[in-house]
Design a protein around this ligand. Structure first.
Ligand code: FE2
Length: 229
């Protein structure tokens, strides 16, 4: 390998670590919080999620959550993102909305990948069949949580002790927050805010949910399932 190729390969390798492997690091990170690059190109999830939606969603919406969270936590006690979520009931609504927005979107980008979809790996597949009856029944229930969430929010697959549970939360709340009705470790989540789908699907949230299964990164979901405590 020529030196120039070696340098290029090293830079690509570092970029993939920063972009793709830093989700858990971000959850433990303290202010100032940062917006990581997407782990793929903006058009990589086409035709299921269009390039412009991804550009605005990541570069405007997620970026705003990060900026707002940094502004709102300036001068306050230094806490990691996950510690903020765990004690969010004692913090301001601005911190609640933007810490959730940052955590949720960081995970969301990594719960998707180009040429995703298919089926979960064996350990998670076994748990899904045990707790929902079958993979198809799980998809149906998760889809109902996603389409049934009134207004803006998220649908979740959560690990609660050793059981998998489906839930949904309003706004940017999530199951790691102490104020959540259903608490647990999110294994998979779907953003059903209109900003996630409106340009391509307009009001047809159910069509977006259906299409989204084609980009789910089951490797990442499986890892989260195994690592969830
Ligand atoms: Fe979003």
């Amino acid at each position: 390998m020529k030196r120039r190729e070696f340098v290029a390969a090293t830079v690509r390798g570092m970029a993939s670590i920063v972009a793709g492997g830093s989700v858990q690091a971000q959850e433990k990170a303290v202010a100032p919080f940062t917006l990581a690059n997407l782990p793929y190109a903006f058009d990589a999830l086409e035709p299921y999620i269009d390039k412009m939606t991804m550009e605005i969603h990541h570069g405007k919406h997620h970026a705003a959550y990060v900026n707002n969270l940094n502004n709102a936590t300036k001068g306050t006690e230094t806490k990691s993102l996950e510690d903020i979520l765990a004690g969010v009931s004692k913090l301001s609504p601005v911190i609640r909305n933007n810490s959730g927005g940052h955590w949720n979107h960081t995970a969301f980008w990594n719960w998707m990948k180009p040429k995703g979809g298919g089926q979960p790996g064996s350990e998670l597949a076994t748990a899904i069949t045990r707790d929902f009856g079958s993979f198809d029944k799980f998809k149906e229930q998760f889809g109902q949580a996603a389409t049934g969430r009134f207004g803006s929010g998220w649908a979740w697959l959560i690990k609660q002790h050793d059981k998998l549970v489906i839930a949904s939360t309003p706004n940017q709340d999530n199951p790691l927050m102490d104020i959540a009705d259903v608490k647990g470790v999110p294994v998979l989540g779907l953003d059903v805010w209109e900003h996630a789908y409106y340009l391509k699907y307009q009001n047809r949230r159910a069509d977006f949910v259906q299409a989204w299964w084609n980009v789910v990164n089951w490797d990442e979901v499986g890892k989260r399932f195994v690592n969830a405590k």
